[in-house]
Design a protein around this ligand. Structure first.
Ligand code: AMP
Ligand code: TRP
Length: 336
């Protein structure tokens, strides 16, 4: 393991290009990537191969991959500081997945909650890729030997599996892969659906009313917040017994930057009729510059392509070196 203690620590993370990024992705993940890129050597990928684990329409997947990368930039990922790339542009990810497949017990994957949930939804359509999803994720991560992986709460189990695969590799082939730490910032780690305060905001929820997409037009954002599930209790509080109320207040708190106490004090006597339009204004104004930057990036021909080309080159160099070491440890004959 390259251990240069003077080099900046490294982070890596990614999001799937399905649909578009929503406020849960932003508050749970991307917002933290933006703030952390200043102190870490950062890698952010768009995991298009993970998206393929459920049925996708080809043209839509291509469009969503560009959209997701452009949104990373629009949210403030700085390509001068961070390496932004598309997972499938770096073939080392799939090659390492095979090598790790040969190391990973089936019953480790059978325990994955996200697999079980998705498999139930898909019924007969469950492919091997969906089952193998966490091994590909381990490959994404371990290729770059990050110290930290910043994600939302729903990824904790996948990150544990990545750590287990790294340890197993090290046990079997001699210490050589860094075992990364998971970085979950408590605030925003689990933003809930607007329609059900007990399930997370998700790109795959059939109801678009359940999420605030980063690129939704202001009218749409306002309408979704207006129609968000609420309760009839006067006075708003962070209260586990009131999941919808807690979720909307949390969104308000994170976007306004006020303390939870200040937010509760402000809305102690308010009902949702007063609170929702205030929240809508805040969300709309917060997302406005992201939308504007997104439009500028999408409108500048060749800009995104250049960043992704450069990103894939940089990522391939790092990933290639790790893969070479792993291949050698596992006994594959180097090419002549
Ligand atoms: P995904 O959309 O599943 O590719 O997730 C990309 C990132 O966003 C991961 O780090 C997730 O943990 C995070 N994330 C997804 N949904 C939420 C949510 N509702 N609340 C907080 N973080 C989330
Ligand atoms: N499985 C992650 C999610 O759904 C996405 C992901 C794929 C990822 N590879 C990764 C996240 C590597 C962090 C690091 O959110």
């Amino acid at each position: 393991m390259p251990d240069d203690s003077t080099a900046p620590k490294r982070i890596l993370s990614g999001a799937q290009p399905t649909g578009q990024l929503h406020l849960g992705n932003y508050l749970g993940a991307v917002r933290n990537w933006v703030s952390e890129q200043r102190q870490y050597d950062s890698y952010f990928c768009v995991v298009d191969l993970h998206a393929l684990t459920v049925p996708q329409e080809a043209a839509e997947l291509r469009a969503a991959t560009r959209r997701t990368a452009a949104l990373y930039l629009a949210c403030g990922i700085d390509p001068e500081r961070s390496t932004v790339f598309v997972q499938s542009h770096v073939p080392a990810h799939t090659e390492l997945t095979w090598l790790f497949n040969c190391l990973t017990p089936i019953n480790w994957l059978e325990r994955m909650i996200q697999f079980k949930e998705k498999a139930i939804k898909l019924g007969e359509e469950v492919g091997i890729g969906l089952f193998d999803y966490p091994v590909l994720q381990a490959a994404d991560i371990l290729l770059y030997e990050p110290h930290l992986v910043p994600v939302g709460e729903d990824q904790r189990q996948h990150l544990e599996l990545t750590r287990d695969i790294a340890r197993r590799f090290n046990d079997r082939y001699g210490e050589s892969l860094r075992v990364p730490e998971v970085l979950i910032r408590k605030e925003g780690a689990r933003v809930m659906s607007l329609q059900d305060g007990n399930s997370k905001m998700s790109k795959s929820d059939p109801s678009d009313l359940s999420r605030l997409n980063l690129l939704d037009a202001p009218d749409k954002l306002r309408d979704k917040i207006k129609r968000a599930k609420s309760d009839a209790v006067m006075g708003l509080q962070f209260d586990p017994a009131r999941p919808e109320c807690t979720n909307l207040l949390t969104i308000y708190q994170l976007l306004s930057g006020e303390s939870p106490e200040a937010v509760e004090a402000r809305f102690a006597d308010a009902g949702f009729g007063r609170f929702k339009p205030i929240l809508a204004d805040l969300v709309i104004e917060y997302l406005r510059p992201i939308r504007e930057r997104y439009d500028a990036i999408a409108g500048e021909s060749g800009y995104l392509e250049g960043i992704l080309r450069e990103g894939a080159l940089r990522a391939s160099k790092v990933a290639g070196l790790t893969l070479e070491r792993i291949r050698a440890r596992m006994g594959l004959l180097p090419p002549f």
